[in-house]
Design a binder for this molecule. Sequence first.
Ligand SMILES: [Zn+2]
Length: 467
Amino acid sequence: MKTIPSLISIWLMLAIGLFGSNHTAFSRQVHSSWRAGVAKVDITPQESIWMAGYASRDHPSEGVRHAIWAKALVLEDAVGNLAVLVTTDLVGIRQELSLRIRDRLKHQFGLSRDQVILNSSHTHTGPETDYARYQFQLDEVQLGKIKKYAENLENKIVELVGNAMESLKPVYLYSENGVTRFQVNRRNNKEATLVHHNELNGPNDYAVPVIKVADQKGEMMALVFGYACHPTVLADYQISGDYAGFAQLELEKLYPGTTALFFQGAGADQNPLPRRSVPLAIQYGKALAASVERVLTEDMKPLTGNLSTAYAEIDLTFANPTPNREELLEITGSSSGYPEYLKQNANVLMSKLDKGESLITSYPYPVQAWKLGDQAIFAFGGELLIGYSIALKNIFGPDIFVMGYSNDVMAYIPTSTVLEEGGYEGTRSPIFTTPWASNIEERIIAEAVKLAEKVGIRSQEAPVTDQ
Ligand SMILES: [Zn+2]
């Protein structure tokens, strides 16, 4: 039987609709307790420079594929708690440069360690910033260029954060995890024979974390997104941000006026496969951008509440004692079997001993947690393996965001499983002759749990099971 809606019910539907939308607009205004400021700066090298990421490189950059960027997003809650995320199209910012930048941010803007995350995309087609590492490998001209670039970068990042802080205005924040799947676990799948495989081995985390920052009119002004995968599609001599650079370009084209900031997740054992062509880097960039676009198109979780931040450095120890002069001399010898870049590392360590310095016996490893309204964010130093993201999601649930490559990129950070298995990501600490101590995962996760408690991130009640 057909029913005709009465005039009264039509009127009621209209009234609910109108009231509903007004009510939404009203409650949005009420919840706009955040302020945000965003800024970006071009960090493309102005001259040919040594490139970071692959030890096999034998000459400096030949050109620029696209500009690379440092970007800053400052976030402030209703009571003035403030934090800044800086993302960079770089392979990583090592301890010395990171300390210089963060010390200046403290001095100039009063930002303490817990308030700053310096994340790098880990692009393998960016400039080198670490002078000390190459001191016995490159000539004075090349070393001078690295030094100059790093000094400029330091100044640019400090100024960038200042600019972002000056542009603070009321915003709405939203977050959600998306998904895309072009990364492959590179330890457990063979790149060379991938084409013959119809099953891939894990572990993996396909999450695409997204934070949307919209102004009071609802216009998006900034967008943070991440992925856990090495930007190693490209290995040529053109400066670029790799797939992550293309993804940012694509999103800033899709959403004019929006600054898109990419952060690297726990992508240490994840590679974009297949790889090694520019069209593939573009494809992966667009795939990542499309997953962000999907998240933005659907309902996102509005972030309410306050901002809490915590930071700690734990002294990670090594499995073996650090080498003495004789052992280092042996490594640098022609018959040692060590690759050239490790021989150079041995020279760097030896020069420390020659100067009367002793080698480190532990490493101050940065661990950080932010609670941005209801959004939990963890940031870790080093090349973080995907197992950490999975372990933390088992504790805190699938909605958390996990960053690696933050504040200091000193070495691979294996899980206890990978450390036991050995292989490329499992065998070396910053002192390359020894792996990390076997309790590395336990200690890092324990510190993350401690910081989570401090900022009020709760563990999930019970693991989610399939119905
Ligand atoms: Zn790497």
